[in-house]
Design a protein around this ligand. Structure first.
Ligand SMILES: Nc1ncnc2c1ncn2[C@@H]1O[C@H](COP(=O)(O)OP(=O)(O)OP(=O)(O)O)[C@@H](O)[C@H]1O
Ligand SMILES: [Mg+2]
Length: 295
């Protein structure tokens, strides 16, 4: 069971910084005697704040009482064995799980202090503010230009063609793709290489000026060179955006993130500065995973 004390503290003083001090409980146990996330789930300057999140797919309890902040201008990596709920958690952050009929979400998630599961909230602008990049690059069946221009057009972010051209160029530059595509903007997005397509998808996400970018294993279909480019890009993007990335590569988590969250069977076992998680994990399950004993 999750620590009853932490829950009580959060109910009484949800924003007072007390959670971290009580959530460090016993941390050499196994999944069955889980007694709360080890480490500081809270940050001083959160962009997203998630509290007591539970997710069910019918009877399957996929996320159990997870609380986690994602700070401004930080990259948080989510790691853990297959099926532990990383993608499910990520999808909660922009309500992508709403599209799955059997999925039920409870708990609180705030973006800049605003509850995103508020019934009155329109998910279309939410998904522009919290954009998502998927495992497999998924350009629209449109030209390179129109892939980027699509979002700004539907969200009314450009007043005329010149402004739209500017958004397209700026987004492609930020995604490190401009020089490779500036002479072929009218060609299909699908004509690009896999690594270029993934940067195109990142540019498409950036084009609508998000606050947060969610990435679910964005490099798993890419070769090492394309992966290195995306990793450099993530580091660059951090200056302007908050990023949550799911990865199966611990090296990648270590290279790109400042904080790492370790999930196991739907629970957030441990979170902390990336260096600490990889060099001195506090929970035995984290230690087992990062040292390759399972997963
Ligand atoms: N659409 C769905 N319908 C039913 N169950 C689902 C669905 N998506 C995920 N699940 C279940 O929820 C649990 C968590 O799945 P999730 O995809 O979030 O894990 P993951 O950590 O991202 O795994 P992986 O590393 O393999 O991508 C799993 O038991 C999975 O079978
Ligand atoms: Mg997944």
């Amino acid at each position: 069971m999750m620590n009853a004390i932490a829950k009580e503290v959060m109910r009484d003083a949800p924003n007072k910084g007390l959670l971290a001090s009580v959530s460090v409980a016993r941390f050499k146990g196994d999944a069955d005697d889980f007694s709360g996330t080890v480490g500081e789930v809270e940050v001083a300057d959160p962009r997203m704040r998630c509290r007591n999140l539970d997710v069910f797919y019918n009877d399957k309890h996929a996320i159990m009482d997870v609380s986690l902040d994602i700070g401004k201008n930080e990259v948080v990596a989510m790691i853990g064995p297959s099926g532990c709920g990383k993608s499910t958690f990520l999808r909660c952050l922009n309500r992508m799980n709403d599209t799955i009929d059997i999925c039920r979400v409870s708990g609180q998630i705030q973006l800049d202090g605003q509850e995103i599961y508020d019934r009155r909230l329109d998910v279309v602008p939410l998904r522009a503010r919290v954009g998502m990049v998927f495992q497999k690059p998924n350009p629209f069946p449109k030209s390179i230009y129109d892939n980027i221009a699509y979002g700004p057009r539907i969200h009314g972010l450009a007043a005329n063609r010149q402004e739209l051209d500017e958004v397209v160029e700026t987004s492609l530059r930020k995604a490190g793709l401009w020089n490779e595509v500036k002479d072929r903007l009218d060609q299909p997005g699908t004509s690009l290489s896999g690594g270029q397509q993934q940067r195109l998808c990142i540019a498409r996400t950036i084009a609508v000026s998000p606050d947060v970018i969610l990435m679910d294993e964005p490099c798993s279909a890419l070769d090492p060179i394309a992966t290195a480019k995306i990793e450099e890009l993530i580091d660059e993007l951090r200056k302007n955006y908050t990023i949550a990335i799911v990865t199966h590569s611990m090296q990648q988590a270590a290279r790109v993130s400042q904080r790492t969250a370790y999930f196991h069977l739907g629970r957030l076992i441990e979170v902390g500065p990336t260096d600490d998680i990889f060099t001195r994990p506090r929970h035995k399950l984290t230690e087992d995973y990062i040292s390759g004993r399972f997963g």
